[in-house]
Design a protein around this ligand. Sequence first.
Ligand code: F6P
Length: 329
Amino acid sequence: MRIGVFTSGGDAPGMNACIRAVVRSALAAGHEVAGISRGYSGLLAEDFLRSEDGGRRMTLRSVSDIARRGGTILHTSRSQEFRTEAGLRKAADILRKHEIDALIPIGGDGTFRGAAALARFWDGRIVGCPGTIDNDLLGTDYTIGFATAVQTAVDAVDKLRDTADAHERMFLVEVMGRHCGSIALFCAIASGAEIAAIPETPTRTDEIVRLLHEFVQRRKTSVMMIVAEGDEQGGAVELQRQLQELGCPYETRVLALGHLQRGGSPVFSDRILASRLGDFAVRAVLEGRTGVMAGEIGGRLVLTPFEETYAAHRQVDPEDMRLLQIMAT
Ligand code: F6P
């Protein structure tokens, strides 16, 4: 069997470890792997990764020493053309032309929407792996890249706490997560931040200002507030404006961590998750499964239909919200 592997959408630390797992598991089982560069755009351009011998098949050496590297050796993109029926038909023709029997896309909700659409025009097998820092997919407890992104944010907040404390300031730190507060909430709990603003719960600025006055009375010298970029009140700059308007008692500074969170060497848990899911996706493909994403729930490897992975916005655990409030008091 010839399996095509690619990464798509926003890159995430651990994507390389996942590519490596797909290649090594498939080769170990006696199958071939074609690396498709630049996601769906690369597929439409027939852009296959050349291995060191110049061939179009990935070898054991193509993935040597990549598990520790951030980014993706296959590069990634967001393709407009692939969203059209003509683009999907063209992709299906290209897959047939190159005799690809199965695909393993590594990406987020956009990637799986694309995979589900492609399945209408192509009868090969498709099993995806969740690669996105956002942790916004259903069908897995964690996505590949989430743990590293949270660690990067925590490292930044730890450093900011020093200067915030020295100047007795409040920092609003904006983290990624378009529709999802997972990074913000985990970062807030792990870094000891006092407040988190996330899209899943209403952000009441008047309540926050009341709390800040309480902090002043309790002689709290610094405050860290973690803001998910998708918070319904707007990003950290807008929240800073609103808090000041309502009489925020602290001098404030804003920092948006942005794409910094997508880079860097993956932490061990992302490498393990990526290795497990890459290997599991190959086994699923070989068993004839299709139209599903490989995930891990409660320590068990599971397959979830693509449509279910993005059908609803993943909710944060209310227990984690409670934990943050207790820890911050
Ligand atoms: O892929 C997730 C994500 O990191 C979001 O949290 C963020 O809004 C988005 O990607 C930004 O990606 P880009 O700048 O690549 O479009």
